[in-house]
Design a protein around this ligand. Structure first.
Ligand code: HEM
Ligand code: HEM
Length: 156
């Protein structure tokens, strides 16, 4: 397992912990904490769900397709961009709820990094799919692998 896969999965688990604690806080004290609902939503959805998907996808897609991940270096960078971005976004939302507009710059910086994070994933997986060998068969119409027929360099 590549280090960035493990890091995304661990980050996802940490975000699950953060997200459910925030959700618990809102559940028990809605009058005081409802303003941090977006922090809870993004800790769980952009943190837990999306980062688990990033980690699993980086591991599984190259194995499904038979194409090496386009850039492990970008995937490693992605871990840090995604997590710094989400820390700033979640922190920014909480700050905005607590001290008002002072949280806005952090929220905006976090949102920018989170968009960049999505872009890194889209680019890396897109380029990986570009390199995926087409299945080789008679006239390119037989999708099952044929014994003895190479899977790459297809003329199909
Ligand atoms: C211990 C676990 C959790 C607790 C106690 C909890 C609690 C809450 C509470 C109190 C709200 C606000 C509800 C309202 O607006 O009245 C909320 C909203 C929300 N939660 Fe959670 N939550 C938990 C886990 C999760 C998880 C795991 C996810 C996603 C994977 C999630 C996604 C959401 C979303 C998307 C909303 C916003 C719903 C909307 O837009 O109306 N929550 N949660
Ligand atoms: C670059 C990444 C993202 C940014 C900058 C972003 C930003 C925002 C903002 C500004 C809001 C409105 C918050 C408010 O009510 O004040 C919002 C709401 C929401 N976002 Fe995102 N978002 C991002 C990614 C995502 C992703 C990936 C998901 C789901 C997988 C998601 C799910 C939601 C949901 C469910 C709400 C409604 C929350 C609620 O009902 O309180 N967002 N988002």
């Amino acid at each position: 397992m590549a280090p960035f896969v493990r890091r995304f999965m661990r980050a996802s688990l940490v975000w699950l912990g953060v997200g459910v604690l925030l959700g618990f806080g809102i559940a028990v004290w809605p009058a005081g904490l409802m303003a941090i609902r977006p922090a809870h939503v993004h800790a769980t959805l952009l943190g837990f769900v999306t980062m688990m998907i990033f980690g699993v996808a980086y591991h599984v897609i190259p194995r499904f397709t038979g194409a090496a991940l386009h850039s492990p270096v970008l995937a490693e960078a992605h871990v840090w961009v995604a997590n710094l971005g989400l820390v700033l976004m979640v922190g920014g939302w909480i700050l905005r709820a607590v001290v008002g507009a002072a949280g806005t710059p952090a929220l905006h910086a976090g949102a920018t990094l989170s968009v960049l994070s999505a872009g890194l994933f889209i680019y890396n997986i897109w380029r990986t799919l570009d390199a995926a060998p087409a299945p080789v068969g008679r006239g390119g119409r037989v999708w099952k692998a044929q014994p003895g027929v190479p899977q790459s360099g297809s003329g199909a």
